[in-house]
Design a protein around this ligand. Structure first.
Ligand SMILES: O=C(O)CCC(=O)c1ccccc1C(=O)O
Ligand SMILES: [Mg+2]
Length: 366
């Protein structure tokens, strides 16, 4: 497969409400779309959407890197045997300093073009996909009416609910999580995410406070993640990694037997190869890989759905898409309920691109 053209487009999508990310408040979701075209006329799209407060790079960095790198991709041939996707991805001409979101975009565009060349779907290129992907419902941050909202989501059919903790006092979190857990059916998984807010003692207070309840896991309880193994030894609370996956190699999991799940965000982790490697190591270690979004556009979300469809059947974190008031696709993708129909969502479609929302940055031909 030979790339004959690469194009870069800037987008800035409106949100349903400002997004609070650490100390930043984002009012528009900004990113860069990549389109690669092969000599045979096959097209693949990718989404590079660095998340302020979480990504190491800015959108400006992505633009600068992508403009300099694109001429090395056009005219380049690479191996594209279906069934050996990992070999194909390893062959891509990335520089060592390629930003994470750029890796995600370029790998996605290449897989999309290869899928078109093989008349396969993107999920099929990644493995043997399931037809549906279940989502977890993310409860809004404000503490009010947590149990009522959680029950509403359960009635809509969600099998997992995620709640943010670690913003106020730990006692309040214990009360909130207890009330939500008691309001939900036992069969609905409850997940908590502390985003590294707690000292060791606060995290233990939380764990002891909900000791008699079954929650699926708490993500990143500790401000000092180096103490995770102590925490796992001290409490019986199941733990999930999120931020840590961007800081340590996947093999670290083998030394953390109390880790029940790993939250994998390809935009932040640096693309498909790294996500798939984490997924393989997690499964070997008995931890569930939970694919999650970082507020990508529809193009990025399609790739996340494809990745999730080729992984184990655990509810994934893609309700970030609800926060976009408009997408690069018009109409937007049909992601609005507890289950995503994979074939209906994960087919990239140039015909549905909302061109008026894209600004051409650069187009390079071989
Ligand atoms: O996991 C989910 O359900 C949604 C994704 C999510 O919460 C998230 C999205 C972007 C950045 C950080 C986080 C987080 O897990 O804290
Ligand atoms: Mg998290």
């Amino acid at each position: 497969m030979t790339i004959s053209e690469g194009a870069l487009y800037r987008y800035a999508l409106p949100l349903t409400a400002p997004l609070k990310l650490g100390s930043e408040a984002v009012t528009r979701r900004r990113g860069v779309l990549v389109r690669l075209t092969t000599e045979e006329g096959c097209v693949g799209w990718g989404d590079a959407a660095p998340l302020p407060g979480f990504s190491d790079e800015t959108r400006g960095d992505v633009e600068q890197h992508a403009r300099a790198a694109l001429p090395r991709w056009t005219g380049t041939s690479f191996f594209d045997a279906q069934g050996d996707l990992d070999a194909m991805l390893q062959d891509l001409p990335f520089e060592a300093e390629a930003p994470s979101s750029f890796r995600f975009a370029m790998e996605g565009a290449v897989v999309g073009a290869a899928a078109a060349a093989h008349e396969a779907s993107v999920p099929e290129m990644l493995g043997t996909p399931r037809q549906t992907v279940a989502l977890n419902a993310l409860l809004p941050r404000s503490g009010a009416n947590g149990p009522t909202q959680a029950v509403r989501r359960q009635e809509e059919g969600y099998r997992a609910v995620k709640v943010k903790v670690g913003r106020g006092g730990v006692e309040e979190d214990v009360e909130r999580v207890r009330a939500i857990r008691k309001a939900l059916d036992a069969s609905v998984a409850l997940r908590a995410d502390a985003n590294r807010a707690w000292s060791f003692d606060e995290a233990v207070t939380f764990a002891d406070g909900i000791d008699d309840l079954h929650i699926a896991y708490v993500e990143e309880p500790l401000a000092d993640p180096a103490r995770l193994d102590d925490f796992i030894e001290r409490t019986s609370l199941p733990v999930a990694l999120d931020e840590t996956t961007r800081e340590v190699p996947p093999a670290t999991l083998r030394g953390l037997p109390g880790v029940t799940a790993v939250v994998l965000k390809p935009t932040l982790l640096g693309g498909l190869q790294r996500t798939r490697e984490w997924g393989r190591v997690a499964r070997d270690a008995g931890a569930a890989p939970v694919l999650s979004g970082s507020y990508e556009s529809g193009v990025g979300i399609q790739m996340l759905v494809a990745l999730a469809a080729s992984g184990p059947a655990v509810p994934v974190g893609l309700s970030t898409y609800d926060r976009l008031a408009a997408d690069v696709y018009a109409p937007p993708l049909p992601i609005g309920g507890p289950n995503v129909d994979v074939p209906a969502v994960a087919t990239p479609s140039t015909a549905r691109i909302a061109w008026e929302r894209l600004d051409l940055i650069e187009r390079v031909s071989a």
